[in-house]
Design a protein around this ligand. Structure first.
Ligand code: XMP
Length: 521
């Protein structure tokens, strides 16, 4: 059992995920019967035990929205000015599937020539015209291809050719996507502005977006002309696993902060934007700075969930739990882009860290996040088996469409995105030096590297692949839920074995001249 491996007083070794293998149990249920519900923090439950890392190449609002829709949660990184980070949080809280909440608007004084330039840089064709060209202002009209294509004089102002607001079909704010779609169907229009009673523009619904969303998951089942049936829309809107607030149904989101005194203002701004949890971003969490920050937040914002860390020992964890942490982030120097163990000689092999911290934290009802080193669904299964509430992932999710940054091509034609450690020199220059206590240091010492990862497609396909993989793993072990898995761990029924180097080689692909790896179909 795990306690034989990790609890042995004679063995002073630290073990990592690859050193261990879970022994199979008895299966008396189907893979679809496996539930992945778990906990991110004392008060935040997840249906998918996956969290996206607060890194500037991983999590901003697009990723946080996608993660929450898929039942996990995203932590917006803190390498941003306070107002920008708060705005990213607000974008997640305001998200409503199918509604474009920040459509690009144009002023009535704009010329067609200027609009042509905008169209070619943005790639879409219909624009709401508002009084000042901004979102939230009075809607004056709409310009679409139909209004603009046949006008010869490109110096004409939009006010002269737009379809004026009086002739537009609009809906009042508060309508849901099904109503919006019915209106689009009836009016045969492509765009539906959503306005307040006094005519201020609050959102836009586009028929093409709805079609895109709806067609995709059901492409073989639904003929195109039925793509907008309301049941399909419901499927699309009700992401069944979404991580939502129980009352107001907003998606949940977390954001990272540092431990500087100025970070108290950051916390206030994030709370004002509606953040549900803050994650104190530090490579070594057992510091007086962090203790004070946890206590300050818990006494000023008792309802805000505070994830403290990072820690790898029971002693570090105990201190943060005593300060009031609602969850702990576990991992030091084991991330794919980390050089902390090399540079600072400090850290711990991740399986030992997760098992030991989880054992203590469980006693206090504090969930832990296994942070870093997750490169496959199997490693998530191992993290959960060792007591983690969820796995926090950087490299695993890097390269998906929802991460910040643009794709580019390598010389050999691979589609890539950048992925860098928050302790890389580039990232630290943007502010993450506080994570490594480097703010006041004369020389910035890198504790991470900067690299590239290959395109992984959208989170909406990738997370379902990961969760299905995790379910298969839990089924093999004989656990139908994360709770059951962790009870088995406590009771010594979950059996692990250590793997020799040869066993690890045997457990991977071997003996082939070459092979192709397709992850899912
Ligand atoms: P993965 O393995 O998922 O790891 O890519 C992501 C986690 O690694 C931590 N992190 C760093 N650790 N130097 C470090 O020592 C760094 O530059 C760095 N950047 C991120 C962080 O905990 C993240 O969630």
């Amino acid at each position: 059992s795990a306690s034989d491996i990790f609890g042995s007083k004679t063995s002073m070794s630290g073990y990592t995920y690859d050193d261990l293998i879970c022994l199979p149990g008895h299966i008396n249920f189907g893979v679809h019967d496996v539930a992945l519900g778990s906990r991110f923090s004392k008060k935040i439950a997840l249906r998918t035990p996956i969290v996206s890392s607060p890194m500037d190449t991983v999590t901003e609002s697009n990723m946080a929205i996608a993660m929450a829709l898929e039942g996990g949660i995203g932590v917006i990184h803190t390498n941003l000015p306070v107002e920008t980070q708060a705005m990213e949080v607000a974008r997640v809280k305001k998200f409503k599937a199918g509604f474009i909440l920040e459509p690009r608007c144009v002023p009535p004084t704009m010329t067609l020539e200027e609009l042509d330039n905008l169209k070619s840089s943005l790639g879409f064709t219909g624009f709401p015209v508002t009084e000042n060209g901004q979102m939230g202002a009075k809607l004056l009209g709409l310009v679409t291809k139909r209004d603009t294509d046949f006008v010869q004089d490109r110096k004409t102002r939009l006010s002269q050719i737009m379809t004026p607001a009086a002739d537009l079909v609009t809906k009042l704010e508060g309508c849901d996507l099904i109503e919006a779609n019915e209106t689009l169907q009836k009016s045969k229009k492509g765009k539906l502005p959503i306005v307040t009673k006094s005519g201020l523009l609050v959102a836009l619904v586009a028929r093409t977006d709805i079609k895109k969303n709806v067609d995709f998951p059901n492409a073989t089942k639904h003929p195109v002309n039925k793509a907008c049936e309301s049941t399909d829309i419901k499927k699309n809107v009700d992401f069944p696993n979404a991580t939502k607030h129980p009352v107001n149904k907003e998606l949940l989101v977390a954001a990272a902060i540092g431990t500087r005194p100025a970070d108290r203002d950051r916390v206030k701004a994030l709370v004002a934007a509606g953040v549900d949890a803050v994650v104190i971003d530090s490579s070594q969490g057992d510091s007086v700075f962090q203790h004070e920050m946890v206590k300050w937040i818990k006494s000023n914002f008792p309802d805000l969930q505070v994830v403290a860390g990072n820690v790898v020992t029971k002693r570090q964890a105990q201190h943060l739990i005593e300060c009031g942490a609602d969850a702990l982030r576990v991992g030091m120097g084991i991330g794919s882009i980390c050089t902390t163990q090399e540079v600072c000689a400090c850290g711990r092999a991740q399986a030992s860290a997760v098992y030991n911290v989880a054992k203590l934290a469980r006693h206090y009802g504090v969930p832990i996040l296994a942070d870093g080193g997750i490169s496959s669904p199997g490693r998530i299964v191992k993290a959960l088996s060792l007591g983690a509430g969820a796995a926090m992932c950087g490299s695993l999710l890097a390269g998906t469409a929802e991460t910040p940054g643009e794709y580019f091509y390598s010389d050999d034609g691979k589609r890539l995105k950048r992925y860098r450690g928050m302790g890389s020199i580039d990232a630290m220059k943007k502010g993450s030096d506080d994570r490594y206590f480097g703010t006041a240091a004369a020389i910035k010492v890198a504790q991470g590297v900067s690299g590239t990862v290959q395109d992984k497609g959208s989170i909406h396909k990738y997370i379902p692949y990961l969760t299905q993989g995790i379910k298969h793993g839990m089924q093999d072990i004989g656990a139908q839920s994360v709770d059951q898995l962790q009870s088995m761990l406590q009771e010594g029924q979950l059996r692990f074995e250590l793997r020799s180097a040869a066993a690890q080689r045997e457990g991977g692909v071997h003996g082939l001249h070459s092979f192709e790896r397709k992850l899912f179909d």
